[in-house]
Design a protein around this ligand. Structure first.
Ligand SMILES: *[C@@H]1O[C@H](CO)[C@@H](O)[C@H](O)[C@H]1NC(C)=O
Ligand SMILES: *[C@@H]1O[C@H](CO)[C@@H](O)[C@H](O)[C@H]1NC(C)=O
Ligand SMILES: *[C@@H]1O[C@H](CO)[C@@H](O)[C@H](O)[C@H]1NC(C)=O
Ligand SMILES: *[C@@H]1O[C@H](CO)[C@@H](O)[C@H](O)[C@H]1NC(C)=O
Ligand SMILES: *[C@@H]1O[C@H](CO)[C@@H](O)[C@H](O)[C@H]1NC(C)=O
Ligand SMILES: *[C@@H]1O[C@H](CO)[C@@H](O)[C@H](O)[C@H]1NC(C)=O
Ligand SMILES: *[C@@H]1O[C@H](CO)[C@@H](O)[C@H](O)[C@H]1NC(C)=O
Ligand SMILES: *[C@@H]1O[C@H](CO)[C@@H](O)[C@H](O)[C@H]1NC(C)=O
Length: 708
């Protein structure tokens, strides 16, 4: 039995998927639309820059965003006495194991500066570019024969429509190497008054800006200036308080930019030709940092996308013919790969909504970083991982060390919600109750490092991560608190576990965090041993003395002493993180082994009692991974296709009742779970197949390594 299943696994690994077959599979997931969506654009982009288009290939009817990793803005600081500078923020002190510790929680006496710090800086929507139909007030319904294809194999968005019987053909591309969108327009309407407009919004201070970002009617709060540079180029300077950036426009042949129209920041490009090609580059500098041409952008995009799809891991489910779930999963897998490359492969961790719109002011969350970035490693696309990891951690070290020091701990305490250092140098993480008391982001660097080590077990890897690992583990060891009564190390209180819905003052020893602390300290100790150094005694002592994983009625509980586990609906909602100890995390390398019966019983109770209709994000992928390790791939597929775990026609992860759309941790987690199905995990050889039984002989995969 064992030999047979091994052979099956080996044969599916051995057969290479040809470039032609890869192309066929990828393009079978291309997106087609004949009208604009009310909630999501079609995007071209490169991870650090993206352009969201409506059905016209531009932003004619729907002002979807153009966003970047560098475009940020601050509103003016408050003028309230005593709250006029970020240094005035004091935070709040909470009793923590017999001493007062300062947390970055808003002090009720300092609402103005606390709110300012949460809302600033916020990410900018750089502009809107759309068709101008001259004096006609045209609506989308008046366009005929609308048709659009996003070719994810090349990064080309082709759009077609007709107006008054005249066809208009548009191609939209993004440059992989700069913040440039390249557009080609072919239509004799260009000679009859069809033009392109450029408009510039002003941000608002809402936590969520979805589906659209910014306002186009607050024109007096910001300014724009047009400069015509040559017969074929112009630039528009946009100034919003301390933020200034430039839109560099170049075109082929004849054309001219005029404006702004009275009382607006709207400029118009017109051309007497029937065929025009433009490049539009956004940059913080007045000199275009990357002058390029339409032709160069198209060939760079083909080449970047081509490399993306022909290297890295691959899953081909097209031969699974008797189960429609395979087709649905295939579509999700490929569109998720495209969308995470466009939105999440950035120079620092992406926000939950990527470059589509703003969630949490455009800031990122360090506890979500593992989901966002791990797929690039698991799908063997390390260069995309390395854009942000480990640099994000290395660069933040001074400020997170300072936080730990201020709180009386050793090492570095990773924060939660923040803007990149380039937009808020040295700034604290956004103030908040949950932000300050969440801890499961802490071991993430250790997960990344261990994953990277498997692919690159060399000295460079060891050295690159060593400082971050040491500071991370030092904090973990000093944060755990020796409880003399029980004779174990406790985590919390006060703290929030993964499910942010508990009483922070009463939350002690959550299951997932305990398991993750052990995992992290194990990795950290091994890291030292690999360098021929002893693991610090403190790490080992804390690891070996951690409180046991709390149990209720033979199941793993959310946290120790939780009341009403499985009998109250207050405890069976939000993230079922207990499933993560045998889903996201491998079984422990030290201490007591996991109780397999308890794991199975916990998974069963979650399926039966959890408020899955209110679950969101990566819950379903984590439950799927738990099902995989428990030997139930059918249940894993059920979770990955759960009706609440939705993706729209273009592959965007639907936010659902809790968060706006898109919510990219869903896409990323789906890729992590499917990488596990395809590549297995340590010790998984003994389990027969990681796919539903009827798929096994038809699935083709390559390029995966086993998960931790
Ligand atoms: C804008 O810049 C000035 C001068 O550098 C600085 O004093 C001020 O704090 C900045 N304002 C904001 C809101 O960033
Ligand atoms: C254009 O048409 C839309 C939709 O019919 C309408 O709401 C809008 O007021 C019109 N604008 C002008 C300037 O006529
Ligand atoms: C300005 O635009 C926003 C949408 O961005 C709209 O909600 C608001 O009503 C507009 N305000 C005015 C005064 O037109
Ligand atoms: C926003 O304000 C913070 C704090 O004053 C400052 O460090 C940062 O550079 C500002 N960012 C922008 C984009 O103006
Ligand atoms: C060592 O690992 C790094 C990644 O940490 C990788 O870039 C490099 O190519 C590896 N070197 C060798 C000699 O394998
Ligand atoms: C020690 O642990 C027990 C059991 O979790 C808990 O009830 C008690 O409050 C802890 N002691 C202190 C001083 O926190
Ligand atoms: C925890 O208790 C402190 C008082 O010690 C209180 O100020 C704080 O609001 C409580 N926090 C939560 C989340 O209940
Ligand atoms: C729990 O059940 C009560 C009573 O049925 C209901 O009012 C409440 O909304 C439920 N809470 C959750 C979180 O589902």
């Amino acid at each position: 039995m064992r030999a047979v299943s091994l052979l099956l696994v080996l044969s599916s690994f051995a057969e290479a998927v040809s470039v032609g077959q890869r192309r066929k599979v990828v393009q079978s997931c291309n997106v087609h639309r004949d009208k604009s969506s009310d909630t999501t654009p079609l995007q071209v982009g490169n991870g650090n820059f993206a352009f969201g288009a409506d059905v016209t290939g531009l932003q004619t009817f729907k002002p979807y965003a153009i966003m970047s990793t560098w475009g940020w803005h601050n509103f003016s600081l408050p003028t309230t006495p005593g709250q006029t500078s970020v240094d005035d923020f004091t935070g709040v002190q909470l009793w923590t194991h017999g001493r007062l510790v300062t947390y970055e929680i808003p002090n009720p006496a300092q609402n103005d500066i606390s709110n300012w710090l949460r809302e600033n800086p916020h990410r900018l929507n750089l502009a809107r570019v759309g068709f101008d139909f001259g004096c006609d007030n045209v609506t989308e319904d008046q366009l005929q024969h609308r048709f659009q294809e996003l070719d994810i194999w090349t990064g080309k968005l082709s759009s077609y429509f007709a107006y008054n019987g005249h066809p208009v053909r548009v191609e939209t591309w993004a440059d992989p190497d700069s913040d440039t969108v390249a557009v080609s327009i072919n239509s004799n309407l260009l000679r009859k008054g069809l033009g392109l407009f450029f408009d510039f919004p002003y941000p608002d201070n809402e936590k969520f800006n979805a589906p659209f970002v910014g306002h186009f009617n607050l024109t007096s709060r910001h300014s724009t200036v047009l400069e015509r540079l040559s017969r074929r180029s112009a630039r528009i300077r946009h100034t919003l308080q301390n933020t200034t950036y430039y839109t560099h426009v170049s075109w082929s042949g004849h054309g001219t930019v005029t404006g702004p129209a009275e009382g607006s920041h709207r400029y118009l490009f017109t051309s007497p030709q029937t065929n025009i090609q433009l490049t539009i580059t956004f940059a913080p500098s007045a000199t275009n940092p990357h002058p390029t041409s339409y032709r160069r952008v198209t060939s760079a995009s083909r080449s970047w996308c081509g490399t993306f799809w022909t290297t890295g891991a691959f899953i081909d489910l097209t031969s699974v013919r008797d189960d429609p779930r395979a087709r649905a999963l295939q579509q999700r897998i490929f569109l998720s790969q495209y969308l995470t490359a466009v939105n999440s492969a950035s120079a620092y961790p992406p926000q939950e909504s990527g470059l589509v719109n703003n969630g949490w002011y455009g800031k990122f969350h360090l506890e979500m970083t593992l989901w966002h970035a791990l797929p690039f490693a698991r799908w063997n696309r390390f260069p995309l991982l390395w854009r942000s990891i480990p640099d994000t951690y290395t660069r933040l070290l001074p400020s997170v060390r300072a936080r730990a020091r201020m709180q009386g701990y050793a090492g570095a305490r990773w924060g939660k919600m923040m803007a990149p250092l380039s937009a808020a140098p040295g700034g604290p993480s956004a103030p908040g109750d949950i932000n300050a008391l969440l801890i499961w982001q802490q071991p993430h660097p250790l997960y990344f490092a261990e994953t990277e080590w498997r692919a690159f077990p060399n000295r460079t890897t060891l050295e690159r991560w060593d400082e971050v690992i040491t500071a991370t583990a030092d904090f973990m060891a000093s944060y755990a608190w020796w409880n003399a009564t029980t004779g174990v190390y406790d985590l919390g209180p006060p703290m929030y576990p993964v499910s942010e819905n508990t009483d922070a003052n009463g939350t002690r020893n959550p299951t997932f965090e305990l398991a993750y602390w052990r995992f992290g300290l194990d990795v950290a100790a091994r890291w030292k041993e690999r360098q021929g150094k002893p693991a610090p005694r403190e790490w080992v002592r804390v690891r070996d003395g951690l409180a046991p994983l709390p149990m209720v009625d033979g199941t793993y509980a959310v946290y120790e002493g939780i009341e009403g586990m499985w009998t109250s609906n207050a405890t069976t909602n939000d993230h079922p993180a207990m499933a993560g100890i045998y889903g996201l995390l491998p079984p422990p390398a030290s201490g007591e082994p996991l109780d397999m019966d308890a794991l199975k019983k916990t998974a069963g109770k979650i399926k039966e009692l959890w408020a899955l209709d209110y679950s969101y994000g990566w819950d379903f992928s984590m439950l799927a991974m738990n099902s995989l390790r428990l030997g139930d791939p059918d249940q894993a597929v059920e979770y990955l296709l759960h009706p609440i775990f939705q993706f729209d026609d273009a592959g965007y992860p639907v936010g659902g009742s809790r968060v706006p759309t898109p919510y990219f941790p869903n896409s990323a987690s789906l890729l992590i779970a499917t990488a596990m199905m395809a590549g297995g995990w340590d010790g998984s050889e003994g389990i027969t197949g990681h796919w539903p039984k009827s798929w096994e002989n038809h699935v083709r995969v390559e390029g995966f390594t086993p998960a931790l």
